[in-house]
Design a protein around this ligand. Sequence first.
Ligand code: APR
Length: 312
Amino acid sequence: MARRNKIAVVGAGNIGGNIGLLCAERRLGDVVLYDIPQVEGPVKGKALDINQLNAVRGLDSRLVGTSNFADCAGADVVIVTAGRPRKPGMSRDDLIATNVEIIKNVAENVKQHTPDAFVIVISNPLDAMVYALHKIAGLKDNMVAGMAGVLDSARFRFFVSEALDVSIDDVNAMVLGGHGDDMVPLTRLCNVGGVPLESLLPADKLAAIVERTRKGGGELVSLYGTGSAYFAPAESAVAMAESFLLDRKRVMPVAARLHGEYGIDGFFFGVPARLGKGGVEKVYEIALEADEKAMLDKSFEAVKSTVAACNI
Ligand code: APR
């Protein structure tokens, strides 16, 4: 008998809880919210609360809250949000020491209980955490991806739609590279309903949007005061999970393991990729201009040093 998809969310905090909600809303399948024993009560509460929301909405997804990773077994997708978020004044790299230990624990659990799932990592610093999880859990290259580019591109698209007073639907944009202040919004390739973006905005305005995008996560950290963004990150990861589960074959910027593309080998880096039943099915290589390549190289140097700092 056909069964529903199963989505395991590892780390059921702010982002994790919203992922549960969004998966149910999109009718993607049943959801397991897993977290550490210290928060077993609140996590069970979150699952129960969303089940009751589903009753109001007529949604059939069942949510389970647990602190037993074995309950994630058989998951088609595992979304990892485990780890500390930033506080005001911190960079993503300030989280390395704490979050690498958490990711080691998650990787051992994934290896034991969900080795065949498609794994989407959200924890920061993203490019290093996805690298660590892939390596420690020994997962196939195509079955792991990091969520950053979808979010960074969404931020960029939103700022453009606001500046031009146009529908967000018609703003096509792509942010590549690492999930840090050196990320690379490829403005030359952005368009609004097919009209090149660079012809619509003066250079100084566009530069300001690029800068705001690069610092987009930090802006949210300052405003929240107690943690980082969680609605848009949750939706971005669920969009990736949906493309995998429904074999939509969407082309999205994700942190994928590269094998020589863009001159990078053996690291996870934000590039356009096709997500479908085969996980990361294809990486697209774009012919870059010299200044764009230089920005991407700079971003990669930052990723490399963050990975090195993890000592894994
Ligand atoms: N296994 C599973 N979950 C864990 C573990 C672990 N070993 N260690 C911590 N967690 C859980 C925490 O108990 C907490 O519930 O991870 C959850 C993180 O939730 P929040 O603190 O609310 O953080 P959130 O805003 O959701 O961000 C999570 O995503 O974007 C990144 O920078 C962000 O690294 C952070 C992560």
